[in-house]
Design a protein around this ligand. Sequence first.
Ligand code: FES
Length: 105
Amino acid sequence: MTAEPMSVAPDGGSCAEVTIVLDRKKASVSQVTGETLLESARRAGMSPPFSCEAGNCGTCIAKLTEGTASMRVNDALDDDEVADGYVLTCQAVPETDRVVVTYDE
Ligand code: FES
């Protein structure tokens, strides 16, 4: 596994983090390069909603309240939803060191 330059702090240590809010519970895990928000939520011990895991159904939708993420595939959200910060968590990979995503909105 190679280090992701974007997620390395000036002192060389990684401080990149994903925070997930689900059912009014909050959990944070360190970012793993290439890991989707859905995978991060599962790794945090949560049970986020999902179905196709292919970017088609929209079951895994959540909203970014901090940071940005890029979707590999988006066949479910329209441009307005994306502009509002909604992402398909099964396809979204963090672009910023700090990402907060909520399934509760
Ligand atoms: S699980 Fe179907 S779009 Fe993410």
